[in-house]
Design a protein around this ligand. Sequence first.
Ligand SMILES: Nc1ncnc2c1ncn2[C@@H]1O[C@H](COP(=O)(O)OP(=O)(O)OP(=O)(O)O)[C@@H](O)[C@H]1O
Length: 231
Amino acid sequence: MLTVTGLTVIRGRGRQQHCVRLPHLELAAGQILAVTGQSGCGKSTLLEALGLLLKPEQVEVFQLGQPSIDLAALQRAEKESQLAQIRAQHLGFVLQSGGLLPYLNVRDNIQLPRRILGLAAESERIEQAIVTLNLEHLLNKRPSALSIGERQRVACLRAIAHEPQLLLADEPTAALDPHSARRLFEVFLDMVNALQLSALVVSHDWALVKSFNLPILQAHSEPGESTFALV
Ligand SMILES: Nc1ncnc2c1ncn2[C@@H]1O[C@H](COP(=O)(O)OP(=O)(O)OP(=O)(O)O)[C@@H](O)[C@H]1O
């Protein structure tokens, strides 16, 4: 469960400044939203702000979970170590860069967030997702030995391995063929449903988003400013 009201994030300065606004968003547990908008409108910026990687200029309500954690209050009080702990425990990220650790093999990369949190490394759900995403034959390989699409599938699985409350995925299917992209969305939907997490997934793939009938958070852009709203 995620509730955000009156969020403003500012990127850059002067004439380069870009202001990203999210007037209101309520995302229930078990709900997945697609985030769309033209290049440069602030989709990654929005995800970074919701992922506690960027401090917003302003936010009235910013709550996560049930019972809810008041993230806005923690940000106002600059409780950085608590925010870092929440990020590690409750948030899962798929960044555009992938971000796998090069010196760990695929299995260790997937299990790392669980180990950091002291959870059992093995999980039946994750083993099932490894099969669905056709990653079994890659488990002992290092990321450098994988294709970009394979790395992306591993990064997606790692993002949900520790069963976060909120999944933030930035174009997770960009490097995938249509079949793999579908499988990945299916895994996300299964996980979102099984774990009752909330998810925001940036995607340019309209056909894919529509075929899963996902609600859409779209940016309306003007020069120097974008506002995100459900359509
Ligand atoms: N680190 C930064 N410092 C200053 N400005 C930035 C920074 N990162 C992004 N911006 C600017 O903020 C605006 C939003 O960028 P952002 O990357 O969030 O857009 P996006 O919608 O994710 O774009 P794309 O679809 O091309 O990935 C752009 O004008 C961009 O130039």
